[in-house]
Design a protein around this ligand. Structure first.
Ligand code: ZN
Length: 193
């Protein structure tokens, strides 16, 4: 079996507090290479919607959200009936460097989550329904995003990764799911981040 491109639960890199990227390094070849690698790993995951740098073994404060996470929800009648891989998204991936959550809604919502570093499991996590994040993009420009629903959950899940926290620390109703790699399900219902 080929080596998993995503670091799995049990590796200490997933439990350490990731370091901020120095401003002068943001546009460096090293960071550009790391981001390109993260995008490639994410693109290889049918149900992966986001990936944090520690998940590829780099304890740096960077995460990437796949373009497909920003697409409209796939409804039941649009659900493919074959077993083909989900269509590639035309929306660009978003890169977040040194992200900081600046605002959280009071209201919370429970949503099913998975994690590419904890394969074969799903669980419900109660998180803030809306989250605002401030980060630097690949050019070092300050960007602010307001996320709701799935995107807000992803922001919180990924920022947790950068602090050495896994969703399994917070999840209720953790379930085994052997199909994490191949199950044909709606992306918005089931996602690994
Ligand atoms: Zn994760």
């Amino acid at each position: 079996m080929p080596k998993d491109p995503v670091v799995q639960d049990g590796d200490p890199v997933l439990r350490q507090k990731a370091e901020p990227v120095a401003h002068k390094d943001i546009t460096s070849p090293k960071i550009a290479k790391l981001i390109a690698h993260m995008k490639k790993v994410l693109a290889g995951e049918d149900f992966g919607v986001a990936l944090a740098a520690p998940q590829v073994g780099e304890p740096l404060r960077i995460f990437v959200i796949a373009g497909k996470a920003f697409e409209p929800v796939i409804t039941e009648d649009q659900k493919p009936i074959d077993n083909a891989a989900p269509k590639k998204s035309l929306l660009p991936d978003h890169v977040f460097i040194n992200p900081e959550i600046t605002r959280l809604s009071k209201k919370k919502k429970e949503m099913s989550e998975g994690c590419l570093s904890v394969r074969g499991k799903y669980g419900s996590v109660l998180r803030h329904e809306k989250a605002t994040i401030k980060a630097l993009d690949e050019q070092g420009k300050v960007v602010t995003y307001h996320g709701a629903g799935l995107i807000a959950h992803i922001f919180q899940h990924e920022c947790d990764h950068l602090d050495g926290i896994l969703y399994t620390d917070k999840a209720v109703k953790l379930e085994e799911d052997a199909d994490l790699r191949s199950a044909r399900v709606k992306l918005k219902e089931k996602h690994g981040v």
